[in-house]
Design a protein around this ligand. Structure first.
Ligand code: 6PG
Length: 249
């Protein structure tokens, strides 16, 4: 399979998706730690990954070398970390509060600066300071898919899709809350592995468009994952697969 070419895994339902993607994530984390002593893992926001995070904190907890795991975020709503909309808060509730992760290994996106662009630049400095300034060396990036094809906080027709140098930018998106920080395509597509978690019939149309090689990333940003350096695995459930031809739903 060529890098970036969709590796589509159809799961029975959201629970099966979380269990299978969780087990695969555990294997990738262990492999990264054995190969280079640590795993740089990027968390997705939204609702879908919560069940996976809960499994990492329970069923899979003791299979993960937490002291060697460094957590980053693929995007963040520009709100207080205690806000119900915060991706950091969701991860803290479902994962961080339940595993022995050293605080220094947790790299939330800063949302307390007056200027979101300054926060984006600070986060990029944090990433580079922690993992070095070569290519963004994320071992595994977890992503979701919006109903209209966005991923992270890269939305259709956003100028952020044209960013070629920066790893983190501030954006204004057509969703609540509108101000976000997001990894850019250069940062995401440089990852060794990418998982995209897609559950539910509401995603079926966007998923079919995103998996169609004819789709333009400007229209369906998650289609840009075809240019990824590493393997992109699409963990989808049957409902999300219902509009996609060529996948064994
Ligand atoms: C966010 C996410 C976003 C999410 C999709 C899917 O901050 O909202 O990073 O990209 O993954 O919108 O969200 P659901 O999993 O809630 O459907």
């Amino acid at each position: 399979m060529r890098p970036g070419e969709p590796d589509v895994r159809v799961c029975a339902d959201a629970r099966d998706l979380s269990e299978r993607a969780g087990a695969a994530a555990v294997a990738i984390i262990a492999d990264a730690v054995s190969r280079h002593g640590r795993c740089s893992l990027v968390l997705s926001g939204g609702r879908t990954p919560r069940a996976l995070y809960e499994l990492l904190a329970s069923t899979y907890r003791d299979q993960i070398p937490w002291s060697a795991v460094h957590l980053f975020w693929g995007d963040e709503r520009y709100v207080d970390p205690a806000d119900a909309a915060s991706n950091y808060r969701m991860a803290r509730e479902s994962l961080l509060d339940h595993v022995p992760l050293p605080e220094g290994n947790i790299h939330p996106m800063p949302t307390g600066l007056a200027l979101p662009d300054a926060a984006a630049r600070e986060y990029e400095r944090d990433i580079r300071a922690d993992v070095g300034s070569g290519r963004p060396p994320f071992d595994l990036v977890l992503l979701g898919l919006g109903d209209e094809g966005h991923t992270a906080s890269l939305f259709p027709h956003s100028t952020a899709l044209e960013e070629t140098e920066r790893w983190v930018v501030a954006v204004t998106v057509p969703a609540a809350p509108p101000t976000r920080l997001t990894l850019t395509l250069p940062a995401i597509t440089a990852a060794d592995r990418i998982f995209v978690l897609v559950s539910g019939r509401a995603k079926a149309h966007a998923l079919a468009r995103v998996l169609d090689p004819a789709s333009a990333p400007r229209d369906y940003p998650a289609a840009a994952l075809r240019s990824a350096r590493g393997m992109v695995t699409w963990w989808i459930d049957r409902d999300a697969a219902s509009d996609s031809t060529g996948v064994d739903a």
